[in-house]
Design a protein around this ligand. Structure first.
Ligand SMILES: [Fe+2]
Length: 333
């Protein structure tokens, strides 16, 4: 299946209306207003309209404003209307496919989640579709999107560039942490730290659907083609990526909490947000360091640079090469 036909995570509502603006690295900051997540829906397909940054609710509204409608008088709107695309919602995330007749979104997502977590029901327990964005950060990364994905799928680099993360999750110190694939049982927070946060001391309420056994565990996974999902017992972190150019990627990170946790004066989520804020900055800087080297002819053949995690990264390479083969085959038909 060509990449353009895969379901892809896209901006939610107003966030996607910034087409054409230059997205700056603002670092994590509390969201100006908590944005209710879309209700979870596991099936069904809706319609959207593509523009430069994908289906954009506000752009669609702009195009149908009274002034614009008058400008369209006499024009055959059926002939010049916006193109429709398929839109589906999964756990509050809007996914878009440009395929004429895409398969169900769940068929694309479920195998990935089962392969990583061992149990699809595990992600449902976190109920990300019922959570609210407590913080959001955008990063204009001067690197190809595949570098960022490769980085997230290996932890060989963690000990070197993520001191705060490995202090929180000690198993990430091992250069062989993903050698046999990643642990579907999750990775425990260090003894002596009370939470997945920068200081390790901030305690937030457990997510409503979780069990006591879920406490103090971290799961991170890539949801192909353009989403990362990180699960901890008191919040969920979602990354979305948009390739802007061969050497530039827009990264959007949202930290999701229960609405009750975000009610004014109840809890301070800044400490929890700060940990992955650090990880983002460190990972995106690393991807930018690698980008000039990967532009070299010496890298033309690619190659696995992290031998201990070669199986995981090789699967990723094979997925991408398969997409390219399908795309080339479609182009020559
Ligand atoms: Fe990293």
């Amino acid at each position: 299946m060509p990449l353009r036909d895969a379901w892809q995570d896209r901006p939610r509502g107003a966030e996607g209306s910034r087409a054409g603006s230059r997205w700056a690295d603002r670092g994590p900051a509390p969201a100006r207003r908590a944005t209710p997540r879309q209700p979870a829906s596991r099936r069904g397909s809706r319609r959207g309209f593509p523009n430069r940054r994908g289906p954009d609710a506000r752009a669609a509204v702009r195009f149908t404003s009274p002034v614009f409608r008058r400008a369209l008088d006499g024009i055959d709107r059926g002939r010049y209307r916006l193109h429709q695309v398929h839109v589906a919602i999964w756990e509050g995330l809007i996914w878009v496919s440009l395929a004429g007749q895409p398969g169900p979104l769940e068929e694309q997502l479920r195998p990935q989640i089962e392969a990583r977590l061992g149990d699809y029901g595990k992600v449902e327990r976190y109920r990300p579709g019922e959570l609210t964005a407590g913080a959001r950060a955008e990063y204009d990364v001067a690197a190809n999107w595949k570098l960022i994905y490769e980085n997230f799928q290996e932890c060989y680099h963690c000990r070197s560039i993520h001191p705060e993360l490995v202090a929180t999750i000690p198993r990430f110190k091992s250069p062989a942490v993903g050698a046999g694939g990643y642990d579907p049982g999750g990775y425990p927070v260090a003894a002596g730290r009370r939470s997945f946060s920068l200081t390790g001391q901030t305690v937030l309420p457990r997510l409503p659907g979780l069990l006591p056994a879920d406490d103090r565990l971290f799961y991170g996974m890539v949801v192909l083609p353009n989403c990362f999902l990180s699960l901890v017992s008191d919040h969920v972190i979602v990354h979305r990526f948009e390739p802007v150019a061969p050497d530039r990627t827009l990264a959007v990170c949202e930290w999701l909490f229960p609405a009750q946790t975000l009610q004014a004066g109840r809890y301070d989520v800044a400490d929890a947000v700060a940990l992955f804020g650090k990880v983002n900055e460190q990972d995106f800087a690393a991807a930018q360091w690698c980008q000039p080297n990967m532009s070299s002819r010496a890298y033309a053949g690619g190659g696995v640079l992290v031998p201990s995690e070669a199986p995981v990264i090789s699967r990723y390479y094979n997925w991408y090469l398969g997409l390219m083969e399908d795309t080339c085959r479609g182009a020559t038909r």
